[in-house]
Design a protein around this ligand. Structure first.
Ligand SMILES: [Fe+2]
Length: 390
């Protein structure tokens, strides 16, 4: 475990440093809050022993600055001080420190307190690992549902897959969306049209303008149906809430609730923008250079002006990428993560395996090798040259 001692007194940290090194810990020292922050940026530190009284930035302020850093791992903070009143201890603990030790330091007591800190750091690490595992499983389940959609109806599933990717791009560019919302928005994009599986299959191929009789009404049920399907699983309820609103329109003429402007969850507005953009290109077959003219018509009507601006920005980037859409055939053994399929992969039987524009993950590559071992697909696939790095 790495321990950082921060004290402006040049003699006391020397003694502390020696005692703690003798306990078998790795120790660094800093003379003030500023150098401590620099040290933290350079090296992983798990526990801090810090004097409360220091000029410029005192121990409590330093602790608060460290908490604001939101470091990936937990930093256990022990404040050292000769302020011993109950009031002081209360103030220190309320300020975010984990423990408090009084001067003069009793080294047996300090050893025990460091051991307690080490235990809490270990528990935190285990918790973080568990959270990462749950997040990974969560996302794999969403991708599996998307794959089932793509197997059920290729156009429906590939639309959802592209909307998932584009929604994430929009979320990353949108100033009002924080990083922690990215997975939720991507998941909602990937699953937004799941309610379409409850529609008659002939509806899947139709544009809105081609729907007749009861078909419009049936179609308008799919956001509610999607919400019902996803609400079966507690962890997907936040996704379900967004899916329900993905056909609301900025001007209030959408469905199912005719929500208007900021009454529509921003995440749902993002999915809606991504879905409209994808339909313009893949359902209405509009070329990228003609997209701005069409998308501008949605500004302030179906979509918030900001989202139209972001779509146009992404469209420009897509135009630049389109110019480099040459592809090359590669053996499965040469595939690497991040490469993008330029052509759809199907089994020799014609059954769907993976769509074009899929970005390969290590799992995806292994899956293709698995299909090859079953003699279901050839040993080569087509990859966009621009996605091959190095
Ligand atoms: Fe939809």
């Amino acid at each position: 475990m790495n321990i950082l001692i921060i004290d402006d007194d040049r003699t006391s940290p020397g003694l502390l440093e020696k005692k703690i090194k003798d306990l078998g810990y790795e120790v660094k020292t800093a003379l003030n809050g500023k150098t401590a922050m620099e040290e933290l940026a350079q090296k992983k530190t798990e526990l801090i022993l810090c004097d409360w009284m220091m000029p410029e930035m005192d121990g409590l302020q330093l602790c608060q600055n460290i908490r604001e850093l939101q470091s990936e791992h937990y930093i256990y903070f022990i404040l050292i001080s000769d302020k011993n009143s109950k009031q002081d201890i209360k103030r220190g603990l309320k300020g975010g420190v984990d423990d408090y030790i009084s001067k003069p330091i009793d080294f047996d007591e300090l050893e025990t307190r460091i051991e307690i800190g080490a235990g809490i750091i270990r528990l935190n690490q285990e918790l973080n690992n568990q959270i990462k595992r749950v997040e990974k499983n969560y996302f794999q389940i969403i991708q599996m549902i998307n794959l089932i959609l793509e197997t059920y109806d290729e156009k429906l599933g590939s639309h959802c897959r592209r909307v998932g990717k584009l929604s994430l791009e929009l979320a990353k560019l949108h100033p009002e969306i924080s990083e922690k919302e990215f997975p939720l928005i991507e998941a909602a994009g990937l699953l937004h049209d799941i309610g379409m599986i409850g529609m008659p299959k002939k509806l899947l191929q139709k544009k809105r303008t081609e729907m007749i009789g009861n078909e419009q009404k049936e179609f308008q049920n799919h956001p509610n149906l999607g919400e019902l399907i996803l609400s079966e699983i507690d962890i997907l309820k936040p996704v379900a809430a967004i899916v329900k609103s993905h056909h609301e329109q900025y001007n209030g003429y959408g469905f199912p609730e005719r929500l208007k402007h900021n009454k529509i969850p921003l995440a749902a507005q993002i999915i809606s923008a991504a879905s409209i953009y994808d339909n313009v290109i893949h359902k209405n077959n509009i070329t990228l250079d003609k997209v701005p003219e069409i998308i501008q018509r949605f500004k302030g009507y179906q979509l918030a002006p900001k989202l139209v601006d972001l779509l146009l920005e992404i469209n420009q980037a897509n135009i630049r990428q389109e110019g480099q859409k040459e592809d090359i055939e590669l053996e499965l053994d040469k595939l690497k993560e991040g490469m993008m399929l330029s052509r759809k992969i199907t089994m020799k039987t014609g059954a769907f395996v993976m769509g074009s524009n899929t970005e390969l993950t290590s799992h995806g590559i292994n899956k293709l090798k698995g299909y090859f071992r079953l003699d279901a697909i050839p040993d080569k696939v087509f990859i966009y040259k621009f996605s091959i790095r190095g």
